[in-house]
Design a protein around this ligand. Structure first.
Ligand SMILES: *Cc1c(COP(=O)(O)O)cnc(C)c1O
Length: 398
């Protein structure tokens, strides 16, 4: 292993006395992000003002950051760009895919997909003619349902609830075999597992940067378009910064070169500053090492808790090859139990109806943290410390 995870852990600002197993929802603060943001605020925005777009490279940032993310998801250089939010990128990629398959009418997704992805598909289809359909099938039925009716599959590689991982290589090959395209949502893959978009020949991929990538709340999303579609995709969301010549201010849209056309409007420069600091840490590691370490940590967690806490029923696949980088347990009073854990210094999260979810993030979580977290979980679960009214009151964000 060439990646030094002891060193990367030191690069995060983690509150003392707390074990953070929720980097799958919101990554922690890279120490360097504070200074980087201050520089962007004071030196760039403050001093350069409008000239910052040229002098500080703000205008190139969506693509230069995209290239840094490309390395982590096995994508070709020049084919990833950041901007907007993941939901928007889902819409954009689906619209582009439908346009490439004008004779087909079905988007295929699965019931394990994240609601926002399904909502965006529904909203898009409301704009289309009535014969379009979003077909939602059980996750295990996906492969069998990829038929020549399908225009595009919309699949989140790693299930946000259970951590179950779809086989990207096989499902993409299956889709291509019947002439369908693929949109892969990498929300729980980027920075979590070793994704190989180019090798899988995925058509489109989208993801966010505030989860495993540690870009910070509000950091921009990313989109990948396979090089073979790069010059033919027709953007549905035609913002001026996706235009071939934004500063010609032409009245009619002409798509920009390759991935540039998937840009929409003004980039989030401030939110990109913390993302850049996070990506500096990612430069130091190899995704294969991250994956190996994540499996080691999650196995350690599952093995110990399945012995000591029989009330927790594993909701994630047992086989690490079929899992992303999170482990979920079913527990009827999971919400209260998670509040109690947070109170005792272990942060995970809860997903309705009964899932307690824990993320394993080797950049800042080690074996020692997993041991300590298990001891706290055992104390809370075995002694039913969660059984208090104050832990049962639901907050807005769970
Ligand atoms: C986290 C997540 C989202 C969130 O989308 P935003 O637009 O960034 O809020 C969407 N899809 C999936 C699969 C997710 O896991």
């Amino acid at each position: 292993m060439t990646s030094d995870f002891k060193a990367t852990k030191q690069l995060f600002d983690l509150p003392k006395g707390l074990i953070y197993l929720d980097g799958n929802s919101l990554g922690p603060l890279p120490k360097a992000a504070t200074e980087r943001m201050e520089t962007v605020l004071k030196e760039e925005w403050g001093k350069l003002l409008i000239t910052g777009w040229n002098k500080a490279g703000w205008m190139e940032q969506p693509k230069s950051i995209g290239d840094r993310i490309a390395r982590l998801i096995g994508a070709e250089k020049d084919h990833v760009v950041v901007g907007d939010t993941l939901s928007i990128k889902v819409f954009q990629s689906l619209a582009a895919a439908l346009n490439l398959r004008p004779n087909r009418r079905v988007i295929l997704s699965d019931s394990g997909n994240f609601p926002s992805d399904l909502y965006m598909a529904q909203g898009l289809l409301d704009l289309m003619s009535e014969d379009y359909e979003l077909r939602i099938v059980a996750p295990e039925d996906l492969a069998a349902q990829i038929t020549d009716e399908i225009a595009v599959t919309l699949i989140t590689e790693v299930d946000y609830r259970t951590g179950r991982r779809h086989d990207m290589q096989n499902l993409t090959a299956k889709a291509h075999g019947v002439g369908a395209l693929t949109v892969w949502d990498l929300a729980h893959s980027a920075g979590a597992i070793d994704v190989e978009l180019s090798a899988a020949q995925a058509d489109f991929a989208v993801g966010c940067t505030y989860k495993y990538l540690n870009g910070g709340p509000g950091a921009p999303a990313f989109i990948y378009v396979n090089p073979r579609h790069a010059d033919t995709v027709k953007p549905a969301l035609r913002g001026w910064l996706g235009h071939a010549a934004p500063f010609a201010f032409e009245q009619t849209y002409r798509a920009g070169e390759t991935i540039e056309r998937m840009r929409i409007g003004t980039p989030a420069v401030l939110a990109s500053a913390s993302l850049e600091a996070a990506l500096d840490i990612w430069e130091r590691v190899d995704m294969r090492d991250v994956r190996a370490k994540s499996i080691q940590l999650s196995q350690q967690f599952i093995e110990r808790l399945s012995q000591s806490c029989p009330m927790l029923r594993l909701g994630s696949p047992k086989d690490p090859a079929e899992r992303g980088s999170q482990v979920s347990f079913h527990f009827q009073d999971g919400y209260a139990a998670m509040q109690a854990l947070i109170d005792h210094g272990v942060i995970g999260d809860f997903r309705a109806p009964d899932m307690m979810r824990f993320g394993f993030t080797p950049l800042f979580i080690d074996e020692d943290d997993v041991e300590k977290a298990c001891a706290i979980i055992e104390n809370v679960m075995q002694n039913e410390l969660w059984d208090r009214d104050e832990y049962k009151v639901k907050s807005r964000v769970t």
